[in-house]
Ligand binder design. Structure first.
Ligand SMILES: Nc1ncnc2c1ncn2[C@@H]1O[C@H](COP(=O)(O)OP(=O)(O)OP(=O)(O)O)[C@@H](O)[C@H]1O
Ligand SMILES: O=C(O)C1=C[C@@H](O)[C@@H](O)[C@H](O)C1
Ligand SMILES: [Mg+2]
Length: 196
């Protein structure tokens, strides 16, 4: 059993790191769920590299996400996103935070499932809305009623995000608390698997 073989002094982060092994930890979820913010802090806690796929796409294309959508459209953006993700997920362990639509795209979803342990930051509409309505950097929300658009995206996407290996509820508590829940989810999954 896991508890017997683990050093008693192992901290939560160490146990989570052990459970992750060489796999990547991939954050998925809607815009504003906290994938970038919580992903970065989780990587710090685990002592492994952090990469945000939206940032990486902007870096390699030298364009912002909004500019990419405007110049080439969503389909081309998804193709670029899939190529970038394939490269990012090639080696691990890393924490990779994805853009909100990445896991919804079939090609990217396949790569993500193959490339690591997935964690869905689930969140209620009002939490997401409070966070995303402060900035207009998200092209999919440039609609007449962005809150309604966000709700429509929730309905369409939540059943797909729910395929994730792990789920943590994102909400307005200290980010460190969410990170702790992420680490517990990773460590507990390992424990559950060792009992199978
Ligand atoms: N637990 C939290 N409490 C308060 N604010 C939070 C929390 N988690 C994230 N935030 C804030 O919410 C905003 C959106 O978070 P973030 O950019 O990480 O979301 P995201 O899931 O990466 O979104 P996108 O898909 O658009 O990239 C940021 O300003 C972030 O600091
Ligand atoms: O939810 C989405 O489809 C998106 C979320 C962002 O992270 C960006 O990847 C882009 O704005 C698309
Ligand atoms: Mg992000």
């Amino acid at each position: 059993m896991n508890d017997v073989t683990e050093p008693v002094s192992a901290t939560l982060a160490e146990r989570a790191k052990l459970a992750l092994g060489k796999r990547n930890l991939v954050f998925i979820g809607l815009m504003g769920a906290g994938k970038s913010a919580i992903g970065r802090l989780t990587a710090q806690a685990l002592g492994i590299p952090f990469i945000d796929s939206d940032h990486e796409i902007e870096r390699v294309s030298r364009m912002t996400i909004s500019e990419l959508f405007a110049a080439y459209g969503e389909e081309e953006f998804r193709a670029l996103e899939a190529r970038v993700l394939k490269r990012l997920l090639r080696s691990g362990p890393r924490v990779v935070s994805t853009g909100g639509g990445a896991y919804i795209n079939e090609r990217s979803r396949r790569q993500i499932k193959k490339g690591g342990m997935t964690i869905w930051l689930n969140a209620e509409l009002d939490v997401l809305w409070e966070r995303v309505n402060k900035r207009d950097t998200r092209p999919l929300l440039k609609t007449e009623n962005p809150k309604q658009t966000l709700e429509n995206l929730m309905r369409a996407r939540y059943p797909i995000y729910a395929e994730a290996d792990l789920t943590v509820q994102s909400r307005d508590v200290k980010k460190e608390m969410i990170v702790e829940e992420v680490l517990i989810a990773i460590a507990d999954r390992q424990k559950a698997q060792s009992h199978d």
